[in-house]
Design a protein around this ligand. Structure first.
Ligand code: EPS
Length: 400
């Protein structure tokens, strides 16, 4: 961290960092990751599996029939093993074939600008155009599109593989679509995972899922859209990731920022979240116990695995609330950027509900933040070194 300069929750100051680039209908999405330890084994198939999950949720629009997201490695990997050098990834946009004349990077090839002057309420359109001085809102919407999240899922999958090497496991599921909430029983994690994997909405409650699918169909019929809530859980997290010392290193703050950075996410909860505010303190804190073989433990996890800005060794439990997608088939009132005339905005192609996709993205960004926190605590140039550092820390904890 440079003296006198606050970098906020950005990439700067972290040992691990990444950048994504790419427009929704441009040639490709690109990610560059710096700081990955050498010796992490990974394959395109592992990333493609998560990319396919992101595309697969019920409620997506026509675009998902065009794209079959696949990653290609450009650097940083040799024989399926990271080299310690920057890893560059590319995901091609198949729709680019239909947009070459509209999105051409070179002036001569840009023959059909398909200028957009009508800002959609709830999108980045108007604020983005005013901020950058764009007269053509396409210059904003192409990058603000949630298409960009494919690149983040690719990056997050690598982080997830790194965490798996250290014994951490991430799962996500959908808790609510519109007004329909799932009842999540107390079954084993394996049973829960099977139910989630079998669901078109990544929802563990089949009855609620049916009602959710019907609600999405109804919203589609009415030219409307639906939001919802997803939950991310991480097991196997060692205590002490994050910090109570510096505001911008608090793990809960970082995870909240990461989830909030997903397009259309409007609220984040950790553990009891908002419901904690209405309870008395004795119903909110998790009492601490100790057994020689087990070490310190808690019988409840109301904190969602984070206390004082640090992981406390319990399961991390996060929830993200997504607003209904603002691109609607039914018209909403807006004002033309060029003519200043009012008009009723409507669109030709959109998703009705993207909460399952947001859940997969939530898993990815959570994995990334935890990988960053691990690298800060255990800093290492190779996976062997990282594993050694984690082991020696956990061994020391057992002796406390
Ligand atoms: C999006 C609009 C739709 C979505 C897109 C996000 O794309 P299009 O304008 O091409 O129909 O399908 O999501 C993706 C392409 C994706 O990969 O998730 C938007 O406006 O944000």
């Amino acid at each position: 961290m440079m003296q006198g300069i606050s970098f906020g929750f950005g990439n700067q100051g972290k040992m691990l960092r990444y950048l994504t680039a790419g427009e929704s209908h441009g040639p490709a999405l690109v990610s560059v990751i710096e700081g990955l330890p050498a010796g992490l084994a990974l394959t395109a198939a592992q990333i493609n599996k998560q990319l396919a999950r992101r595309q697969s949720g019920y409620g997506r629009g026509g675009r998902m029939k065009i794209e079959t997201d696949q990653v290609n490695f450009l650097s940083g990997l040799r024989g399926g093993i990271t080299l310690g050098s920057p890893v560059a990834l590319i995901i091609e946009n198949k729709d680019w074939a239909n947009w070459q004349q509209v999105m051409a990077p070179e002036q001569e090839a840009l023959v059909d600008k398909r200028v957009v002057t009508r800002p959609r309420p709830g999108h980045a359109d108007l604020a983005g155009a005013l901020k950058y001085g764009h007269r053509d809102i396409r210059n904003v919407l192409e990058r603000s599109s949630a298409r960009e999240t494919a690149a983040r899922v690719a990056v997050g999958t690598i982080a997830r593989l790194l965490l798996a090497e250290l014994g951490m496991d991430i799962m996500g599921h959908v808790l609510q679509i519109g007004p329909i909430a799932a009842a999540v029983g107390e079954g084993s994690p394996a049973k829960l995972n099977r139910a989630i994997a079998a669901s078109r909405l990544f929802c563990a409650d089949p009855e609620a899922e049916q009602a959710m699918v019907a609600a999405i169909d109804q919203a589609r019929l009415e030219g409307d859209s639906l939001g919802g809530v997803f939950e991310i859980r991480v097991s196997g997290v060692p205590p002490g990731l994050g910090s109570y010392v510096h505001w911008d290193r608090k793990l809960d703050a970082r995870l909240a920022a990461a989830l909030m950075s997903i397009q259309a996410v409007k609220g984040v909860e950790i553990g009891l979240g908002f419901t904690a505010s209405a309870k008395v303190g004795s119903q909110v804190q998790d009492e601490i116990f100790y057994e020689k073989d087990r070490g310190f433990y808690r019988c409840t996890n109301r904190a969602g695995g984070i206390e004082g800005g640090m992981s406390n060794g319990e399961e991390i439990v996060l929830r993200g609330a997504m607003k209904p997608i603002p691109t609607l088939y039914s018209p909403l009132q807006s004002v033309d950027l060029a003519s200043k005339e009012p008009f009723a905005a409507s669109v030709e192609r959109s998703d009705v509900c993207a909460v399952p996709a947001a859940c997969v993205i939530g898993e990815a960004v959570t994995a990334w933040e935890l990988a960053c926190a691990c690298m800060e605590k255990f800093g290492a140039d190779s996976m062997d070194e990282l594993r050694r550092h984690v082991k020696s820390y956990l061994d020391a904890l057992r002796k406390v």
